[in-house]
Design a protein around this ligand. Structure first.
Ligand code: PMP
Length: 404
């Protein structure tokens, strides 16, 4: 049964049982309306109330300042790889037009040396950089990889010092992009990168959102697919600076410059203008997010979550470290993720298999590494209880003792 299992899956990930109980009831009969939440119109008062309160909870948790909008979108984190580009390129073009009294030729010239910088520190930022290049005419045209953290071995696991980053000069920078926590590789930025201070920054926080406090004012766009720390798969939350929404090039200007016109569903102003309801939003998915966030607020918000996440991560890395080299944590210590703990067993894949089997027998599940990198991965999201982390830490130590 559910109570016997501690699930450490990377996404979709564990959700609080109480939220799933509330959601189960809402599927059948939402707030005694006699109609299930999945059946209700996305434009009903009920639905609008769910979206509004989900936005409010997110604002409270992240302490979102004035001048930012919250959006609920579909298409997962992956769709944002493209959305970010369309919206920030459109914004850059309009900013340039404003500075050049609408002179398209001047903007065309500026475009020659303008680039968006990608910090590639793992599999997801690599995919984002590839998508950005794909929709802007190929690598090097409008986008570039300013940091490539992939080691000669073909693995990620480090973030080079900022002095080695090859950022585009600020005056030519369209935007900078990074992924705060690399889910597959277990690499997390310890803090906001100082080198990006004052630049237009877009950030993928899909796998560590709501696990620590964030200074939203440093970002032009931050986004997160819900299915790790916020809810189920189906919605993506986007926090975007109003300045970016307000200042957007016209389709004519983009065409004249040979730049792509954003698909309507990826153009943030369409969605903010419609309160996230330009088309049919899966309200049930927003409802789950709202319930998860209400629970976080009731437990003291992100200050508390940050402490709990650090406590659980210390417990697990501690157990791995105490086994004296039996386990090898993949990333370097300074960039180890609090959310996705990626490790190998030095003795080989057969022993890793035995580790997984033994864990399953104890009700510790979802520990297999991503198919692209193999190995083992503990996902330590908000819904993973301290007791579950303790149980897993005990198994890590027991298995090492048994096998050494
Ligand atoms: N970014 C990160 C950091 C992720 O972990 C994932 C999914 N695991 C994605 C983007 C892609 O998300 P989706 O599957 O929702 O498109």
């Amino acid at each position: 049964s559910r109570s016997e299992i501690s699930y450490f899956g990377a996404g979709p990930a564990a959700l609080p049982t109480s939220v799933l109980e509330t959601a189960s009831a809402a599927i059948l009969n939402h707030e005694n309306s006699g109609v299930g939440l999945i059946e209700q119109s996305h434009r009903s008062a009920n639905s609008i109330n769910i979206i509004t309160s989900a936005c409010e909870h997110l604002r409270n948790l992240l302490n979102i300042p004035e001048g930012y909008s919250v959006l609920w979108m579909q298409g997962g984190g992956t769709t944002q790889f493209a959305a970010v580009v369309y919206n920030l390129v459109g914004h850059w073009v309009q900013t340039q037009l404003d500075a050049n009294n609408g002179d398209l030729e001047a903007v065309k010239k500026a475009l020659g040396s303008a680039r968006a910088d990608y910090l590639v520190t793992g599999s997801w930022s690599k995919k984002a950089a590839e998508e950005a290049a794909r929709i802007t005419g190929g690598a090097g045209k409008l986008t570039r990889v300013a940091v490539n953290a992939k080691a000669a071995t073909g693995k990620f696991g480090a973030i080079p010092p900022e002095s080695q980053w090859e950022l585009t000069p600020a005056e030519n920078s369209i935007f900078s992009y990074y992924c705060d926590n690399e889910t597959v590789d277990g690499v997390e930025f310890p803090a906001f990168p100082a080198a990006l201070e004052g630049r237009l920054v877009a950030c993928d926080m899909s796998s560590n959102i709501l696990s620590r406090r964030v200074d939203v004012s440093k970002y032009a766009i931050l986004y997160a697919g819900a299915q790790k720390n916020v809810g189920g798969a189906g919605v993506t939350l986007v926090v975007v600076k109003d300045e970016v929404l307000k200042k957007q090039a016209s389709e004519e200007a983009l065409r004249a410059l040979g730049l792509p016109v954003p698909p309507i569903m990826l153009y943030y102003p369409t969605l903010t203008g419609a309160g996230s309801l330009y088309n049919t939003l899966p309200i049930f998915d927003v409802f789950i997010c709202r319930e998860v966030m209400a629970g976080l607020l009731a437990r003291g918000g992100l200050e508390v979550q940050e402490k709990v996440a650090a406590q659980k991560a210390a417990l697990l890395y501690g157990a791995l470290g105490r086994a004296g080299g039996f386990y090898k944590v993949v990333p370097e210590k300074s960039v180890r993720s609090r959310m996705n703990i990626c490790f190998r067993i030095e003795a080989g894949e057969e022993v890793e298999k035995a580790f997984l089997e033994g864990a399953e027998a104890k009700g510790l599940t979802g520990l297999k590494g991503h198919r692209s990198v193999g190995g083992l991965r503990i996902s330590n999201y908000n819904s993973v209880l301290v007791e579950a982390a303790e149980k897993l830490a005990a198994w890590i130590e027991e298995f090492a003792k048994e096998r050494k």
